[in-house]
Design a protein around this ligand. Structure first.
Ligand code: C2E
Ligand code: MG
Length: 316
């Protein structure tokens, strides 16, 4: 009874110019199809020698991504969120960084699609959860006040196994479940609401908080959101970018904030880059902001220093 949209990614390889035997034709068509997927899916790509080169790079990237966990090349940076009412740090978001031996720092946008496609996101995601929980406990051991840590969860991780993995990370670290928040994209959560509800229910029973990330990029309705056991709405950067000091430009942000309030959710504006945006959001009674204006993602020690300057309230 659910409407389902199916899209196709097509790779085309021509005989005889691209390949002469069946095996090579199929291989090259496959390469072109992966290129179509990498270009955002739902499109057509012809095979070319250039495509082949990109695919070689992809294979090299894939094999080094496989090694990265074993070699300890991942780290987490933390970006603080500011409570607009109290001026305290209300929480931090863990953001994954990959220190590649030759390429230097690689950002998630460059490797996350590949990690998702290959399933490598599953072991990487476990490592992120474990590391973020351990860090949270370590900050408290340093005498810092408890702070909520948010961890991004990709679509591929959002399965029946997730609640077990979360429970293990919490138990092994001794972290208070109320201090952990999981961020799920609007698209991940809305892809199949009937499946989402029990998955979120299992996570809520552990005691963790749930945030909808990138909110405002999809088409979720108030009624759909209201069915979900969530705590936080993170308004997408693209919505915040529209705010440029002219009050009328922030009307979508204003509407989302009002909607979040109606549902008693904590509303976080992400990608806040200017004092004008902060002032506007403050005026609209947005709860929290995150963005380069307040702080970039930083290493754990730098975050500890920031926490000392902006003492958070006891956890909600
Ligand atoms: P996200 O969850 O929306 O995270 C926010 C992204 O926006 C981060 O990019 C952050 O550095 C960036 N950002 C923060 N403030 C500003 C700002 O004021 N202006 C601009 N232009 N950008 C800002 P980053 O770290 O490159 O991460 C990108 C995405 O990769 C994240 O988007 C998240 O979806 C994903 N990601 C990051 N870490 C993890 C992880 O550990 N697991 C999973 N599954 N996904 C992750
Ligand atoms: Mg996020």
């Amino acid at each position: 009874g659910q409407e389902c949209r199916v899209t196709a990614s097509v790779g085309i390889c021509m005989f005889p110019q691209d390949a002469q035997d069946e095996q090579t034709l199929m291989k090259n068509a496959d390469t072109a199809m992966y290129r179509a997927k990498a270009q955002g899916k739902n499109n057509v790509q012809f095979y070319s020698a250039e495509v082949d080169l990109l695919s070689l790079e992809r294979m090299a990237l894939e094999s080094s991504l496989r090694q990265a966990l074993l070699r300890g090349e991942f780290s987490l940076h933390y970006q603080a969120k500011l409570d607009l009412k109290t001026g305290a740090i209300s929480g931090v978001e863990a953001l994954l960084r990959w220190e590649h031996p030759e390429l230097g720092t690689v950002l998630p946008l460059q490797f996350m699609p590949l990690a998702e496609e290959t399933g490598l996101i599953v072991p990487i995601g476990k490592w992120v959860l474990k590391t973020a929980c351990n860090q949270n406990v370590a900050w408290q051991r340093q005498g810092l006040p408890p702070v909520v840590v948010s961890v991004n969860i990709s679509a591929r991780q959002f399965t029946e196994e997730l609640s077990g993995e979360v429970a293990v990370a919490l138990q092994a670290s001794g972290m208070d479940p109320h201090l952990l928040e999981l961020e799920l994209n609007e698209a991940t959560v809305m892809a199949n609401v009937a499946r989402t509800v029990p998955l979120l229910g299992a996570l809520k029973r552990i005691g963790v908080r749930i945030a909808i990330d990138d909110f405002g990029t999809g088409y979720s309705s108030l009624a759909q959101i209201n069915r979900l056991p969530i705590d936080t709405l993170k308004v997408d950067r693209s919505v915040i970018r529209e705010i440029d000091g002219n009050t009328r430009d922030g009307s979508i942000a204003q509407t989302i904030i009002a909607m979040g309030k109606t549902l008693s959710l904590t509303v976080v504006a992400s990608g806040v880059e200017t004092p004008e945006q902060q002032a506007y959001l403050s005026q609209q009674a947005c709860d929290e902001i995150q963005g380069y204006h307040f702080s970039r993602p930083v290493l754990p020690d730098a975050l500890a220093a920031l926490l000392r300057q902006h003492v958070p309230l006891p956890s909600r």
